[in-house]
Ligand binder design. Structure first.
Ligand code: FDA
Length: 305
């Protein structure tokens, strides 16, 4: 049953009509638990509150289905606006973004020119930028663009997904760049030809790449709500005397909030991924797909409005 619900939410997350409607009618159905608001001003307030609790942030301007050059340029403008707000308000925040939002499905030239604009603004404001990883069909291209930009800028990292068979090779291949990587399990529905279908294999591969990347001496963000992965990392860093400033835990805004604060109290670096913007629908559906238990929460949200 849970698998059916997961697939249904992932299917709905790709629906263009529902995405458009959601944009038109605004943040609702309890999505505010996972999305900081529709404007940069609202997101800034949320980040200030998190920073006060010693939580670091990475901000993400949400955007789905970018089909035209104009839309991609507009998305880049929004990212720059967020980066400038980080600089102006002295927020402890990085920035995350998706290559498709920058025009990946249109042309490499467009993505590169938007990314260079963003990275210049980020450099000026002392902001680090992480490229999210999307579905498998975009993985190779995203890594190619990351490598190109990494050769030009220091303030850029990317995400690597433990569920893909190719990932171990990517970790080895990218090591020469000494990259700052965010390691995740992977959020998209992928076929068994490219990704481990069993959760236990994904978890094993996740542990394997955490160990590889940390022991290679690289900065590693362990982006997971899974206690087993957090415990594994704690043991590993203790065993190998890896300093606290070589890694951090990351979680999504609105998920395991208490645990985020506990990890800070325990002395670890904790970063919260804070999405904002009018295009909240696809992101919200993917969060429900990860944990259908949240549907009860959503139903409550629907009826209390
Ligand atoms: P998993 O889903 O396996 O859950 C394990 C356990 O964690 C659960 O059994 C429960 O105990 C706990 N848990 C999970 N969700 C919970 C909840 N809502 N409330 C309470 N407990 C909960 N993916 C991707 O493909 N590309 C990307 O770029 C990114 N970026 C990204 C950034 C950040 C900062 C994070 C945290 C995650 C991503 N992801 C991602 C998503 C990632 O791939 C993955 O889908 C989710 O993090 C869910 O997997 P977990 O590792 O959290 O554990």
């Amino acid at each position: 049953m849970e698998q059916v619900m997961k697939n249904a939410f992932l299917f709905m997350s790709k629906n263009k009509f529902l995405t458009k409607m959601a944009k038109k009618y605004g943040l609702r159905f309890g999505a505010g638990r996972f999305v900081a608001g529709e404007t940069i001003d609202l997101a800034t307030k949320v980040i200030q509150d998190l920073n006060k609790k010693n939580l670091k942030v990475t901000i993400d301007y949400l955007g789905e289905f970018v089909d035209t050059v104009e839309e991609a340029n507009e998305m880049a403008d929004h990212c720059i606006e967020a980066i400038e707000a980080i600089g102006k308000e002295k927020l402890n925040s990085q920035c995350s973004l998706k290559m498709t939002s920058m025009g990946l499905d249109i042309s490499d030239e467009l993505v590169l020119s938007n990314m260079r604009r963003i990275l210049e603004a980020a450099k000026k404001n002392g902001v680090f930028v992480t490229i999210d990883m999307e579905d498998f069909t975009r993985c190779e291209k995203t890594i190619r663009i990351f490598k190109q930009l990494r050769s030009e800028y220091d303030n850029i990292g990317t995400v690597i997904q433990a569920y893909l068979y190719r990932t171990e090779n990517d970790i080895t291949d990218l090591n020469s760049l000494k990259p700052n990587l965010r390691l995740v399990k992977g959020a998209y529905k992928e076929p068994a030809e490219v990704a481990f279908p069993e959760k236990k294999d994904v978890d094993e591969n996740f542990k394997k790449i955490i160990k590889m990347h940390l022991l290679n001496g690289n900065f590693t963000a362990i982006a997971s709500h899974d206690e087993a992965m957090i415990e594994y990392t704690k043991q590993l860093v203790k065993e190998h005397n890896i300093p606290n400033d070589q890694f951090e835990f990351q979680m999504l805004y609105g998920i395991r909030t208490e645990r985020q604060l506990e990890l800070v109290k325990e002395g670890y670096n904790m970063r919260v991924y804070v999405p904002y913007g009018t295009d909240w629908y696809g992101y919200f559906m993917r969060r429900l797909a990860e944990r259908p238990a949240n549907v009860a929460f959503v139903l409550k949200g629907m009826f209390s409005k």
